[in-house]
Every structure is written in structure tokens, then in C-alpha cells.
Design a binder for this molecule. Structure first.
Ligand code: FAD
Length: 401
């Protein structure tokens, strides 16, 4: 079979060093680093193409502006990969359409300037020294679209967005792994030594190492090995607007720090979103949309950026596209990366809680290091065992995108 293809009868390898369940950005990045490390790697993806579930629903943004050292470290590593992607995958000229136009966090709350100041100072002590703290006048001078109520902002110019589709396929094309499309995993076979094989609709693949990277379906796949992960799924919607001339094409990703609503330019228009409260849901192949959402988001975006009120008045139904996917969330909103210590051969790369595009290189590289040396998991901040160790005291960093 071709390396990224639907296997014909008898084509699926009967064994592999590493079998990855899921061909989204996480599975493909993992396959890249696993193959780089010399593992004979097979990715099982039940859909027609790679990166067509949550990965395709995303806003495709990346930022290093986090609060916790392990997040900052992982994102800085990942952004360095995005900046040099063609060289990393060794395909000259390969383009993932990186736009480093920055991430701009705005506040109009009374305590907002102080909160942003503390955050930027903390980031500086954690090695993220290129975040600018701006007062209201400075931010309006730099970004004239910002409204009069904004009193402070944090801005990092090297944050931005990219093409999640090209990123996913770049990892696949740049690796020697095999990507079996329309090939659903259906079970994990265990023996006295741990993981023994992955059962698929096209037969078994023997392996001593399986990586669960099945996005919203990761709880289900993990349950085949008798493991219950603390994952929940939350619907998140995305509004794409075409023909909105008021959106400055060079604007950064702009976030209302006080409410969480965000937007950024997209060719000829913009894309917007807002992590509004949702009930946890079951994993879904098709996530339903709610047509009240675009008006709610536009109203939210207009709070600090006035042009959104005027832009909303000129929109017609034909300009508005609405999609949805599911965040796969952990209690502390950080991913679960690494081995399941009590079952040799079972590994997770799951639960990115809304940050799976931006973290994919750093998370996948870490996972492969842990396949090579599972004992290093003791020092791994994303280890699966942290929830049991911390009891109920895990703290979640903000859920903005
Ligand atoms: C609206 C929205 C906006 C977002 N914006 C951003 C953003 O700006 N930046 C960012 O970093 N992140 C963002 N995210 C999050 C990001 O999209 C996800 O974290 C990321 O795509 C997760 O990738 P994944 O490969 O883990 O999961 P998925 O892309 O869901 O891939 C999992 C794959 O596993 C396959 N699979 C499942 N079960 C099986 C099985 N039994 N056998 C074979 N295959 C199987 C599925 O078919 C699927 O292709 C956003 C998410 C949403 C919903």
C-alpha cells in the first residue's frame, strides 16, 4: 500500500513497533517523531483522510502566552518547529502557512491591568521575555481598532496561526510511518506482558506499544485496555465570516481577557469563537451547531472592538459559516502524555483541552521520549498519574484558546 492510503486486502502490516490509534494532528505528529526515533510505526485512522475530525474544526492558532512553566516550554518548543517546519520534516518548500501576527489579550476590567502585569512578570521569570505589556493608549496607537474602554493589553508578536491541515499532512509526509485510512481500531489485545496487539476491522497488528491519540474517542479506546481516563468533551463552535471589509487583514489574534471571546482575520474576513458554558457530551463524529451562536459571538466581540457592531449589521446569511468540534478536556486543562504505568506498552497522547494544534510537536516529541524511556515519566508534568497523586487539588489554567 502507499504510505498514506486505504489498505487493500492483506496490505495492513501484521506487526509494528508502535501502533497509533488516531490520525489527527496528534497521531500524525506522534508518528513523525516515532519514525524519527527509528520505530516501525503504523497509524490507524478510521476516516477517509487525516486530520478531519477535531483538527479540522480548530481555529489553528498558537501562542506561548501561558501561565505555567510546562505549558510555556511545550509551546515554545512547538513554535520553533512551526517556524522551521520544512527543514524539520525535510521537505524543501513545504508550507504550513504560518502567520505570526501575534496574540493580543485585552482587558477593560478594573483589576485587569494589574492581573495582566502580574502575568507578564511571571512569564518573564519563566523565560518568556518577549510579551509586551501595553496601557490603553499604547494599545490603541498600535491597534487602532481597539475601543476606548480597554485599559491594558498583553501582546506577543511571535504567536499566531497556521494551516492545521498542512501541519497534519506535513508530519505524515515527512515521516516513514504507514497511515492506514478507513481502518478502525476495534480493540486492544493484552497478554501476560502487557499490550500484545491492536484489533482492527482489517485484522490484528501485533505490537508491544500502542499510543491512544483518538481525540474525543480516547476514553472509549482506553477502556478497551480497562483504563478510565479523566477526560470530558465540550462542544466548541467556530464562526467564519467572509467579505467583512472592516476586519484589518494584519490584525493579531485578539482576545477579550475578561470574557474569553476571540477573533482573528481570515482571508477576506474573520474567524471568531467563544468557549461558552456547555454540558459535557459523548464523543461525536458530527458535532451539531447552534445558529444563535454567531450573533452572540459578534455581540461579545463588539464589547472591546467597536467595528464588530457595524460589521454585524452588514452581514447576510451567505457570509456566515458555522462549524463545531469537541475539546477533549482534563481536570487541569493540560494533556495526558506518556505511559500508563500499570500496563506495559499502553501510552496516551490525549486531552489537549483546546490546545492540540499548538502543542502537537512538543507533546509528540515528549511522548516518543517516554516510549524510549518510560521511567522518565516520574519527572513528566503531563504524566497520567498526576490526578491520582493530586487528589482533587488540580488547578486549571484559563480556558481561553
Ligand atoms: C472550535 C475549536 C477551536 C479550536 N482551536 C484551536 C486552536 O486555535 N489552537 C489549538 O491548538 N487547538 C485548537 N483546538 C483544539 C484542537 O483542534 C485539538 O486539540 C486537536 O485537533 C486534537 O487533535 P487530535 O489529533 O488529538 O484529535 P482529532 O483531530 O479529533 O483526531 C482524532 C482522530 O482519531 C480517529 N479515531 C478515533 N477513534 C478511532 C478508532 N477507533 N480507530 C481509528 N481512528 C480513530 C478519529 O477519526 C480522528 O481522526 C480547537 C478545537 C475546537 C473544537
Amino acid at each position: 500500500m502507499g504510505r498514506i492510503a486505504v489498505p487493500q486486502a492483506g496490505d495492513l502490516p501484521r506487526s509494528a513497533d508502535v501502533v497509533i490509534v488516531g490520525g489527527g494532528v496528534t497521531g500524525c505528529a506522534t508518528a513523525f517523531y516515532a519514525a524519527e526515533a527509528g520505530f516501525d510505526t503504523v497509524v490507524l485512522e478510521r476516516r477517509d483522510g487525516l486530520g478531519t475530525l477535531t483538527t479540522a474544526a480548530s481555529e489553528e492558532c498558537f501562542r506561548a502566552q501561558f501561565d505555567e512553566p510546562e505549558n510555556i516550554k511545550m509551546m515554545l518548543e512547538s513554535i520553533a518547529v512551526f517556524e522551521d517546519f520544512a527543514a524539520v520534516i525535510r521537505i524543501p518548500g513545504y508550507d504550513i502557512d504560518v502567520h505570526q501576527r501575534g496574540y493580543l489579550f485585552l482587558t477593560a476590567e478594573e483589576d485587569g491591568p494589574e492581573l495582566l502585569k502580574k502575568r507578564v512578570q511571571r512569564q518573564c521569570t519563566l523565560g518568556l521575555s518577549d510579551v509586551e505589556l501595553l496601557d490603553g493608549d499604547e494599545v490603541r496607537q498600535r491597534f487602532p481598532f481597539v475601543g476606548p474602554t480597554v485599559s491594558a493589553a498583553a501582546f506577543r508578536a511571535r504567536d499566531g496561526w497556521l494551516s492545521a491541515h498542512e501541519l497534519t499532512y506535513g508530519f505524515a509526509k515527512g515521516s516513514s510511518a504507514l497511515f492506514a485510512l478507513r481502518t478502525a481500531a476495534q480493540g486492544i489485545r493484552l497478554d501476560a506482558h502487557g499490550v500484545a496487539a491492536v484489533v482492527t476491522e482489517r485484522g490484528e497488528v501485533s505490537t508491544r506499544c500502542v499510543v491512544v491519540a483518538a481525540g474525543p474517542f480516547s476514553s472509549l479506546v482506553s477502556s478497551w485496555a480497562g483504563v478510565q481516563l479523566p477526560l470530558t468533551r465540550l462542544r466548541r463552535q467556530k464562526v467564519v465570516l467572509s467579505n467583512v471589509s472592516r476586519v484589518p487583514p494584519d490584525a493579531p489574534m485578539t482576545i477579550d481577557q475578561d470574557t474569553g471571546v476571540y477573533w482573528r482575520p481570515e482571508v477576506g474576513g474573520a474567524t471568531l469563537g467563544w468557549a461558552l458554558p456547555e454540558e459535557p457530551s459523548e464523543p461525536m463524529e458530527r458535532v451539531p451547531t447552534d445558529w444563535t451562536f454567531p450573533a452572540v459571538v459578534l455581540d461579545g466581540a463588539a464589547r472591546l472592538v467597536p467595528f464588530w457592531s457595524q460589521a454585524a449589521e452588514t452581514l447576510t446569511r451567505d457570509n456566515v459559516f458555522l462549524t463545531a468540534g469537541q475539546y477533549t478536556c482534563t481536570p487541569d486543562h493540560k494533556p495526558i502524555i506518556g505511559p500508563w504505568r500499570s500496563l506495559p506498552g499502553l501510552f496516551f497522547n490525549v486531552g489537549y483541552s483546546g490546545h492540540g494544534i499548538m502543542a502537537s510537536p512538543g507533546g509528540a516529541r515528549l511522548l516518543v521520549d517516554l516510549i524510549i524511556d518510560p521511567n522518565a515519566d516520574a519527572e513528566n508534568p503531563f504524566r497520567s498519574g498526576r490526578f491520582a497523586e493530586a487528589g482533587a487539588s488540580v488547578r486549571a489554567e484559563g480556558m481561553v484558546i
